[in-house]
Design a protein around this ligand. Structure first.
Ligand code: EPZ
Length: 418
């Protein structure tokens, strides 16, 4: 395993190129299963989760041709409708192949993904959507068996809460269900709208993506398409915090402020300056940091995927910050590790009260999940002395070349193998 050795206290200054969004790339790779014609995706991030999804696609018989950040997926000879446990357990988003497999082949056998460090991660909303479209579902031996031998029929799908993944499952599957489908209480995330744009390029008829009500006229087979994946707002928000926590100044090329409005408001209230440039977004902080309260919510609220990073920033702000996590039930794995760096945080149920300290001090810390691990890197950038972040494979799941990008902006980081 590898670890990062970070010597903190240096201002970051420079430019960071923001990659394509991991959470947009994953469903769009799965969407290739819907068609016998090739799907070309550009601006693909080079992260482990994308490679895992491509491994699963190869298992299904999809031929992928990758050239840099471009991949062409040919599912014309895909036949294997099973997603095995040993691949699914590596990344729960592999569940997103379930809907496309049933829609295209009339059957699927996909391992239940199981929970992860941030919560139980049930899949009941996904199964509710598939059942509404006419699939017969049964759980047996840790696998989801879905059958639709006579195809699927359009339906009204009401999601109990605006689940991102369940919206994506419903959206992809409905494109091949005969007739009209309506998704009610759909997630509003930009990654959902980007998936809809990709499906529309393949020939799907979709209206309302990005709103709580999406209409799909399904049943026609989908064709070849090319789609450019939207920039990663979580990566951009992460580097915005890197500029803020070191009192530096970074230009985030490719970032879109309109996808980060709740984060931008919180950062500005904390004393950070952000403004759009013709290449993306500038973030700078040269005054004092102020503790402010945040609550994570479904988009366009403050994203749960940036909660840990914002908490790292609040550990050195003046005053206190109350951070409430409402999306996942246990997304505070970073708290004990931040406390090892000298942070003053007390947990009260789904809330964390952060009292700012003058200085963090370097220590050995352990990464546990993707966003928790990057919050430790951010805190280490501001800490006095040396911090060792262990198990950085969590980082590589969702961030392309994070340490290299930070070093190019003045950070003192080295990656060493254990
Ligand atoms: C997506 O996960 C993202 N992953 C997550 O990013 C992100 O944190 C999450 O959306 C919320 O924004 C991908 O897009 C690959 P949800 P997803 O379904 O789809 C409950 C990262 O770090 N729920 O919106 O799994 C669920 O337990 C990852 O990049 C059900 O109860 O999130 C949670 O409490 C982490 N039943 C809430 O809904 C279901 O069937 C939101 O989950 C599905 C979800």
């Amino acid at each position: 395993m590898e670890r990062l050795i970070i010597r903190g206290g240096r201002r970051l200054e420079g430019t960071v190129q923001i990659c394509g969004a991991k959470n947009a790339a994953l469903p769009q790779i799965a969407a290739a299963l819907l068609s016998a014609e090739p799907l070309t995706l550009t601006n693909l991030p080079d992260v482990v989760d994308v490679r895992t999804m491509l491994t699963l696609m190869a298992h299904h018989g999809v031929v992928a041709e990758t050239r840099g950040a471009t991949v062409t997926l040919d599912a014309s000879k895909a036949t294997n409708a099973e997603a095995p446990y040993d691949i699914v357990r590596r990344m729960r988003a592999t569940l997103l192949v379930l809907g496309p497999l049933v829609a295209r082949f009339g059957r699927a056998r996909v391992s239940l993904p199981g929970g992860c460090a941030i919560g139980a991660r049930p899949v009941d909303f996904h199964l509710k959507a598939l059942t509404a479209l006419g699939a017969a579902i049964e759980i047996e031996g840790g696998y989801i068996n879905a059958q639709a031998p006579d195809g699927l029929t359009g339906a009204r799908i009401v999601l109990p809460s605006p689940s991102v993944g369940a919206t994506e499952t419903a959206l992809m599957t409905a494109t091949l269900a005969r007739g009209e489908s309506e998704i009610v209480n759909a997630a509003l995330d930009p990654e959902v709208a980007d998936l809809a744009a990709c499906l529309a390029a393949m020939g799907a008829q979709i209206e309302g993506a990005g709103t709580h009500r999406i209409l799909i006229q399904g049943g026609k087979s989908l064709g070849a398409a090319r789609h450019d994946i939207l920039p990663d707002r979580v990566e951009a928000g992460t580097y915005a915090v890197a500029a803020a926590i070191t009192g530096g100044r970074l230009e985030l090329t490719g970032a879109r402020l309109e996808h980060l409005s709740a984060v931008g408001e919180a950062l500005e209230a904390a004393g950070v300056q952000l403004w759009p440039t013709d290449r993306g977004l500038m973030v700078a902080r040269d005054g004092a940091l102020k503790g402010i309260d945040i609550v994570t919510e479904p988009y366009p609220g403050f994203p749960t995927d940036l909660q840990a990073q914002f908490m790292a920033l609040m550990t050195i702000a003046s005053g206190a910050a109350m951070i409430r996590e409402t999306v996942f039930e246990s997304r505070f794995m970073h708290v004990p590790e931040l406390k090892r760096l000298g942070a003053n945080i007390s947990l009260q149920g789904t809330s964390a009260l952060v009292r700012g300290v003058a200085k963090l001090r370097g220590a050995q810390v352990m990464a546990t999940d993707l966003r928790a691990s990057v919050s430790l890197v951010l805190a280490a950038l501001a800490a006095e002395g040396e911090t060792v972040v262990n198990r950085v494979y969590h980082l590589d799941r969702g961030y392309e070349a994070l340490d290299r990008k930070l070093v190019r902006c003045g950070a003192d980081i080295s990656r060493v193998a254990d």
